[in-house]
Ligand binder design. Structure first.
Ligand SMILES: *Cc1c(COP(=O)(O)O)cnc(C)c1O
Length: 367
């Protein structure tokens, strides 16, 4: 079976993790600031806060920009469910707007039309590692939290790294992401006071200069361990090599899949915006076999694939809670119904890419 994803873990990861295990300090130790500083430096941003997951990073970032009960946050329905869920953690309401059919990111015009007097923040998602149109969203004059969980290595057309603009931007380190710590996340941001708040709230509301068990606000346990941060440091050392590996696999796919008529392929670059490759997601031809049948037929050929991603507003919880129905966001719904993720990781070989492409071609053109 050719798997969907596979982390790259080697002797350097083992070495740095072992060092932490032998040091006896497994949490709240020196690897946390070391990982934060290395990550911030990499993105060219002032601060970074290591957290226990991308989801907890989104939660703390929304709190940090002031989102609270009954507020509205405009966001994309074409995302992993965590981006919308994090708004609900604060009893605020995720307000969806449709996406751009090429970038698959929140469409700025649709987002503007969704803004009301209750909107207190925007939550654009850099979906599949392609930069969302931050210059357009910045012109709204509202606080922004970026879901950059899929976008490590991406760049905006103005040369800034995704996550390097100063808004709280959240990265995720689950095992299929560009770098992994098993579970984990990072918030990058430009504002020192906001960093202090996030650092405190991830650690039970403890103020940085206060002694043990003195807490001056509500907090959570959203800490990342030193074991995880050591893993992250080792992964950062080889980030360029791993990103280059993903980009190479993407080029092979683009060539190998070009002959399948009607298949929608992801763009690497558009008007200067550059993708940080995370997954390889294609949209099946409109008049071809159903997506779920394609997934089954590929599995029979030894190829793992996955519907990716379903529209958030049509998930049962969101339908029931907010009364969402088909037809609200037609671009998102069309894309979501035809999207599948193909095997994609740095160690994938050209031969395996050819095998996936042949399999997909056979299944789509001769079901
Ligand atoms: C992975 C991901 C998250 C959440 O990350 P976790 O670390 O699993 O909590 C959030 N948003 C998007 C778009 C993601 O891909």
């Amino acid at each position: 079976m050719i798997p969907l994803a596979k982390p790259v873990i080697g002797p350097r990861e083992e070495e740095l993790v072992l060092e932490v295990l032998r040091s006896g300090q497994l949490s709240l130790g020196p690897r946390v600031p070391a990982f934060e500083e290395a990550f911030a430096a990499r993105l060219g941003v002032a601060h970074a806060c290591a957290v226990s997951s991308g989801t907890t990073g989104l939660h703390l970032s929304l709190r940090a920009v002031g989102v609270s009960e009954a507020d509205e946050v405009v966001t994309s329905p074409f995302s992993f469910v965590a981006s919308a869920n994090s708004v609900l953690f604060e009893r605020a309401r995720p307000v969806f707007a449709d996406i751009d059919p090429v970038t698959l990111n929140l469409d700025p015009d649709a987002a503007r039309a969704a803004v009301t007097e209750r909107t207190t923040a925007l939550l654009p998602v850099h979906i599949f590692g392609f930069p969302a149109d931050l210059p357009a969203f910045e012109s709204f004059g509202l606080p922004i939290v970026e879901d950059a969980c899929e976008a490590l290595g991406a760049f905006h057309a103005d040369g800034k790294a995704v996550g390097g603009r100063g808004h709280p931007a959240v990265f995720g380190f689950y095992a299929n992401k560009q770098i992994t710590t098993g579970e984990g996340g990072m918030v990058t941001l430009g504002d020192a006071a906001m960093k202090e708040r996030i650092d405190s709230e991830r650690n039970q509301g403890r103020a940085p200069d206060m002694g043990w068990l003195d807490h001056d606000r509500l907090g959570f346990n959203y800490r990342l361990s030193d074991i995880a941060c050591a893993l992250g440091l080792a992964q950062l050392e080889r980030l360029d090599e791993m990103l280059a590996g993903r980009a190479r696999v993407a080029r092979w796919y683009a060539e190998a899949l070009a002959s399948i008529e009607g298949l929608g392929l992801p763009v690497a670059e558009l008007a200067g915006d550059r993708r940080g490759w995370f997954v390889y997601v294609v949209q099946l031809p409109k008049d071809g076999p159903a997506r779920d049948d394609v997934v089954v037929a590929l599995r029979e050929r030894g190829i793992q694939s996955k519907p990716y991603l379903p529209a958030i507003h049509l998930m049962s919880f969101y339908r029931e809670r907010f009364g969402h129905r088909e037809g609200e966001f037609p671009v998102c719904e069309d894309v979501a119904a035809r999207s599948i993720a193909l095997p994609f990781f740095p160690a994938l070989t050209e031969g395996q890419v050819a095998e996936v492409a042949q399999g997909l071609k056979a299944v789509v053109e001769d079901p």
